[in-house]
Design a protein around this ligand. Sequence first.
Ligand code: NAI
Ligand code: 15L
Length: 269
Amino acid sequence: MKRLLITGAAGGLGTVARQRLTHMADILRVSDIAGLGDTRPGEETMICDLGDGDAVNELVKGCDGIVHFGGISVEDTFSKISNANIHGIFNLYEAARRNGNPRIFFASSNHAIGFYRQDQRLDAGSTFRPDGLYGVSKCFGEAMALMYHDKYGIETARVRIGSCFERPRDRRMLATWLSRDDLVSLIECVFVVPRLGCPVIYGVSANDRCWWDNSAVSYIGWVPKDNAAVYRDEVEAASEPHAADDPATLYQGGRFAADPIIEERPEGK
Ligand code: NAI
Ligand code: 15L
């Protein structure tokens, strides 16, 4: 690619992408609403609020691909989620439509299906069961991607990421963990496969305990290499198991399923 856009480049996964995707394009255009530090060789930096349609249009101009990590990444008030993840995803797809249909890696989340129980097995055809407003915004993003694919041919990988951290942080992540290496190899596959379409992909490593089946997307050629089982002893030693009726044990989204709706606070409170 000539130019690959990374949104959310100041965040956890965006930082990984910024460091490790330099081989994928002549120029990485890195963007966030937060500060991005110095511009590195081979980069363009652009501060942009995803909620601002004109700014997003400028951001997407000239890009052949987009890794979309930007937005609210945990449960929050509807107004915050709405700006970044609802208006933001609309702005991104409108900009993509106006600027040559770049291929998109959309960071959806396991919280789009977080209210399935941990004893259920899901695949690409499993319907939404969001576990909060954040999860609902990811369902909206997946639907937006599909509509722009069917209407305008924009190709998107709708990647329901599990838990992408350096290592699994709790027992649930022994099932949901996605290693950073596997994330990078997934992004590579998404942009290299000749015909992508608009698949749902579970962003999860080859964990012994895994609830998600990616066989419908074997055509993209992604073979995750890591396995959270390597960390099982240390994770299990670090904490007692949760009670059987604890949401952390019951639901795929873990504690998000038990979180209350966060109400808006009046200005200044
Ligand atoms: P993060 O919270 O570290 O990064 C998100 C970035 O988006 C932040 O740098 C933030 O400043 C930026 N952002 C927020 N609102 C914005 C706005 N209005 N305009 C522009 N930028 C805005 O999140 P993380 O962990 O890096 O996740 C990246 C993406 O992957 C998110 O979309 C998240 O929902 C998704 N994801 C991450 C998972 C994980 O395990 N890290 C799991 C599932 C999904
Ligand atoms: C997510 O969607 C979040 O962005 C991330 O911070 C983790 O909470 C992850 O899901 C998870 O479920 O572990």
